[in-house]
Every structure is written in C-alpha cells, then in structure tokens.
Design a protein around this ligand. Structure first.
Ligand code: SPV
Ligand code: MN
Length: 624
C-alpha cells in the first residue's frame, strides 16, 4: 500500500522539523511537502518558522555554503548567478494549460499534462546532496483581506534568505489559518551546481500551473526566476484577481507629499529599466513599494497594498547625486544582498555608474575580472551586469512610508504609466477619464529596448500595463478587467502618463533626472483638482506658470518658457504612430479586444488629425 504523506514526512524529517510542519493543521500542505520531498530527494531538510533563530540559521547557511560571501560592511553579502543566468528566462517561462484553453499569441503556454510530466522528470532527484528549505510567507500585510499565504520549497539558501528580506513571515499565519489557508506553492531547485552556479541551464524551466496554484522553477538561480513570491506569485495572483474582481499589478506604490502635509498615494506601472524603482524612492516622497501591488475597491475607492516588504532593485547607475537616500543605505550596516556586481579584494562592491574609479580587478558573474575582459564569443564583459541588483528591506530606507503594513492598504489618488519613449509623449499628461487612461496609457504602453536588454537597441516593445510578461489571462480580458474595475469606482482617480526619456531631434535628453518630482507634484495637485490644465487632443497638460512655480519651489531652479514649449509640444506624427501600431497589435494579435479600445483610439486619431489640419505637425502648447 502507498505510504500516507504524514508517514513520509515522519520518515524523512528530523523530529523537530516534523513537529514544526505538523503543528500546521493543513493536510494539503503536508501532502505538498511530502510529495516534493520524495520526488526531489534532498540530503537534508530545514523547516523554517518565523522565529529569529530559524531565520538566522538560513542567513548563516547562505554564507556557510558559499551562496553568499560576506563583504566589508556589517550585514552586506554578495551573490553571483551564472553567466548565462542573469535575467528572467522569458523563453522557458510557460503557463501549463489544459486542452482547449488558449491565452492568445502574446502569452507563452504549454499543454498542462506534457508540461507536468516534463517538470516531474526534471525534478526527480534534483536536490540530491542539497538541503531543502521549507518557508512560509504572506503576500501582503499580516491579517489583511488582501493577503495570500504561500509556501516555498527551495534548495537555495540565497533564495530563502532573499525572501526573508522581501516578504512578510507566514508561519504564524499558517498556524492561525489552519485548514482554511488557500495558499500558493513554489518549488525551486538550482539543480546540479558547477563552480557554485546552475550547470544544466538547458533544463531551465519556469512552469506555472494555474490549476494547482503551483509554480516550478528549475536549474536557475537569478531571483526573477527563483524567488517564488515575486514574479512567479504575480502570475498566480493575476489569475486569482481576474476571477475575483480585483487587480494584481506590476506597480509601485508611493506617497506623494502635497501642500500642508497632505500625502496622496500613487501607483505606477513601468516596464523594467524605465526608472520605476528610482521613482518609487524619490527623495522628499515616501515609498510603500517598488514592484507589485494588489488593488481592491473599498467604499468606492481604490485601496492598494505592497505584497512585499523589501526591494530587489537594479543597482546600475545608482550614485550619490541622483539617489542620496539609497546611496546612504547602501553604505551603512544592515542586511543587504548585492547580486552580480563586481566584488573587490577589499570586499567592497562596484557597479556600473557608481561614484569613483572602476577597479582594476575583482570577481564578477564571469569569474575573475579585469578591464577589457571578453567572453567566449568576443563580447566585452563589463564590471557588473546591467541587471545587477541589491536586495534590502524597505525599513532600511529613510523614506519608507509608515503605511507599509496597514492591512487596509492606502487609498490611491492617481495612477501613472511610464515607458522609455524618445520621441512621442510629453513628460507628463493626464488622460481625460478612466477609460481613456486605461486605453491610451495602460493598454498602449510601449517601451524602447536599451543596451541592457537583449536584442537590438531602441526597438519599441508593446507591454500593456507593463504586465505582459506575467499575464495568465488573455490580454483583451485583462484590459476588460481594468475597465470594469474603473466602472465600479465612485470617483475614479486620474490616470497619467510620464515620459522621462524624451529627446530633442539631436538625440539629447530634454529633462534632468531630478525633474521627476515636478511631474509627481503636479499630478498630486491635479488629483485634488487644485490646478487647471490645458486640454490637448491627447489629454491634459500642465500650464507653464504652475510648472515654473514647482521648479522654483522644489528644485530652486528657473524653468524657461522655451524649455516648457519644447517639452510639451504636441508631436502629431509620432502620436499618430502609436495609435497605428497599437491598433495593429490589438486587431491582429489580441483576439478578444474590447471594442471600446478601437473606438477610443479612433477618436484620438480624429482629434490629432483635426489639430494637424489647423496647426501642422508640431504644435506648441500655447496653441491650445
Ligand atoms: C523586473 O524585471 O520587472 C523586476 C525584476 O522587478 S524581476 O524579479 O526579474 O522581475
Ligand atoms: Mn518588476
């Protein structure tokens, strides 16, 4: 007779670990753990509760077995992923779908049965010689209506340690919820290691099983592929949200500080490498979260929580001038994991764009490094990878927002969409209403590729609401969900776009990095209808005098009228270009697009054409 799963747990686990697990009154949990203990066959197991001793054990284990190395500053460590394992593996990330379900051509999927069979084969004995860590977390604040419990099985102490910094502990929640816990499940293995990194990259898989609420991740170490509660959980959460009528978004949450001590919370969606984290961390404002938000409607208003409590942020370009708060934190004692940076002999770290000289040697994701080093294909190896990161708890930042752990979330006063756009959108603009905002900003979001992303530079990539990589529902349905969400609000908050990357015809950026705060303070005032705006065919833009006042007050700088005209000139041909491209995508690649999307874009096209007939291709804001 097949063994009962509680017997399996008793056989495999130490007494203490067994006790920790069976204290949670949830047979589904026991079955899940037993199943993967048997299949993955680890040498040892550690069940981690919320106790400081257990958490400390994981942290020390990460350095003891060499997944992290200690640095000169107290609490700092460095971790490396393999040379070919430096970013999310989009090609091998797939939804496992039962026969007959199709999410459309934009979303990668595999037949569920075949996928499960493949992943079970890869997982067989994959943890041989490794220790398996069993971790409990909460996606969202403790005891909150927003929150989803989750269990992570991983054989990486680095992953388990990162999750301690990024997510709220969940063992006590599992004890409290018992059998009622509807939890997400994550199974991760680095697989066989060679020189400390995943050897079998060819068998790297990230498979998402929506039916069992389980995500499998194998033969990879990079956090975006392995930290279950981050992007892997986002995919499960969007599916759940779509069924239940709320939203799970790839959005930051920040407190924008208006006049008289008023704080207005904004959420913002930007594709990777477009300044999302640096926006959320703006000096003078407060940060609730930089990556993933859950949004629900309460009393006709949007409330949002950050499902994380830490940041896994890009470090390239962080410097003392532009990022003073982060800079200070990165140079102070406290738990911080640096990944894929350059580590020097003095146990210091260097990254591209850091203040100071480039070290003449060190260790990075390619091994020993010296300037001029090339890889096997002759490509130059930079001191750090463009996707090198830091991981830390938000509470280490001077401007962490006090509402972070509020189980009710924060009321959202505005939503922002941003992308890398060198030639079209003005620096800041408000849409006419919720529907116009969702369609012309969110659903029409594009971003240009950079040297840091794979492939050609400067190519526009369609990325609706910056969430395309994570969608387990057809794009059309996802847009529809946003439209419905807005229709259920009493007074929907305004939706804005920002563009930090606008250039002049010679290719020079038109804005300073520090200008961001101006756009946010203007949006804050608009959210309370405290400033008037100018209506253009594409939306509402700021009046010159309002921006001049803000530049003066916040940056102590003059804002010349010529600069304003250059920034806010309506670029008609380029704006028609977006509409062209977006309609083409929805018409040909998104089978179930809501009809209203085409109507709203056609109306915008007509308004642009009328303006063009009257004033020409490039229209000064003073004409409106
Ligand atoms: C992003 O790329 O959007 C990130 C990092 O936030 S990752 O965890 O890789 O998704
Ligand atoms: Mn992200």
């Amino acid at each position: 007779m097949a063994k009962n799963f509680v017997d399996i747990l008793r056989d495999i686990l130490d007494k203490e670990d067994y006790q920790k697990l069976v204290r949670v009154d949830n047979p589904q949990l026991h079955q899940f753990v037993a199943q993967y203990l048997e299949l993955c066959n680890p040498a040892k197991v550690f069940v981690c509760t919320d106790s400081p001793e257990d958490i400390q054990f994981i942290r020390e284990e990460a350095t003891r077995i060499g997944e992290e190395k200690r640095l000169a500053i107290e609490g700092h460590t460095v971790h490396f992923d393999g040379y070919w394992d430096q970013a999310r593996d989009k090609g091998n990330t797939r939804f496992l779908l039962p026969e007959g379900i199709d999410l459309g051509p934009q979303i990668k999927a595999t037949d569920r049965e075949k996928g499960l069979e493949e992943i079970q084969t890869i997982l067989k004995d994959i943890m041989r010689g490794h220790r398996l860590y069993v971790r409990f977390f909460c996606l969202g604040p403790i005891k909150s209506e927003f929150t989803i419990p989750a269990v992570q099985l991983t054989d990486s102490a680095y992953v388990a340690h990162s999750e301690d910094l990024l997510f709220r502990q969940g063992y006590e929640e599992f004890l409290r919820l018992g059998r009622s816990a509807q939890f997400f499940r994550f199974v991760h293995s680095q697989g066989e290691l060679q020189g400390g990194v995943s050897k079998n990259i060819g068998q790297r898989r990230i498979y998402i099983d929506l039916e069992d609420k389980t995500v499998y991740s194998t033969n990879t170490q990079y956090g975006g592929n392995t930290i279950g509660l981050k992007k892997l959980a986002l995919r499960l959460a969007i599916d759940k949200a779509s069924r239940e009528g709320w939203l799970a978004e790839h959005m930051f949450i920040m407190g924008v500080h208006g006049p008289g001590g008023r704080v207005t919370y904004f959420t913002g969606a930007f594709p990777s490498l477009c300044g999302k984290t640096s926006t959320a961390m703006l000096e003078k404002e407060t940060i609730v979260g930089d990556d993933i938000a859950y949004l629900r409607i309460k009393d006709g208003e949007i409330r949002a929580v950050n499902i994380e409590k830490g940041i896994f942020g890009i470090i390239q370009g962080v410097n003392s001038q532009d990022d003073p708060i982060l800079w200070k934190t990165l140079h102070s004692p406290g738990q911080i994991i640096f990944s894929n940076v350059l580590a020097t002999e003095k146990d210091e770290v260097y990254w591209i764009g850091k203040d100071g000289e480039i070290p003449t040697k060190g260790f990075n994701h390619s091994g020993q490094w010296i300037p001029g080093k090339k890889d096997a294909d002759g490509n130059p190896i930079l001191p750090s990878h463009p996707n090198a990161r830091f991981t830390l708890e938000l509470k280490l930042l001077q401007n962490a927002d006090p509402e972070l752990d509020n189980p009710e979330g924060v009321v959202i006063g505005g939503i922002v969409y941003g992308g890398r756009d060198s030639d079209t959108r003005v620096p800041v603009e408000e849409s006419f209403d919720w529907i116009h905002g969702v369609i012309t900003r969110g659903a029409s979001l594009e971003s240009e590729t950079t040297a840091a992303t794979l492939g050609k530079e400067g190519v526009r990539r369609f990325n609706p609401l910056s969430n395309l990589d994570f969608l387990p529902v057809p794009v059309g349905k996802y847009i529809e969900n946003h439209l419905k969400f807005g229709a259920a609000l009493k007074n929907p908050p305004p939706i804005f776009s920002v563009n930090y990357f606008l250039k002049d015809p010679e290719g020079n950026f038109l804005n300073e990095k520090t200008d961001k705060i101006i756009w946010f303070r203007w949006m804050e005032l608009r959210s309370h209808r405290e400033v008037k705006a100018i209506e253009m065919p594409t939306g509402f833009i700021p009046r010159y005098q309002d921006l001049r006042g803000l530049f003066n007050q916040l940056l102590g700088r003059d804002y010349p009228e010529e600069a304003y005209v250059e920034h806010f000139t309506l670029r008609v041909p380029e704006n028609l270009g977006i509409i062209e491209r977006i309609i083409e995508i929805y018409r040909n690649k998104v089978p179930d697009t809501p009809q209203i999307l085409f109507q709203v874009l056609e109306e915008q096209r007509r308004r642009l054409n009328r303006a063009r007939e009257k004033y020409g291709d490039y229209i000064s804001p003073h004409k409106f």
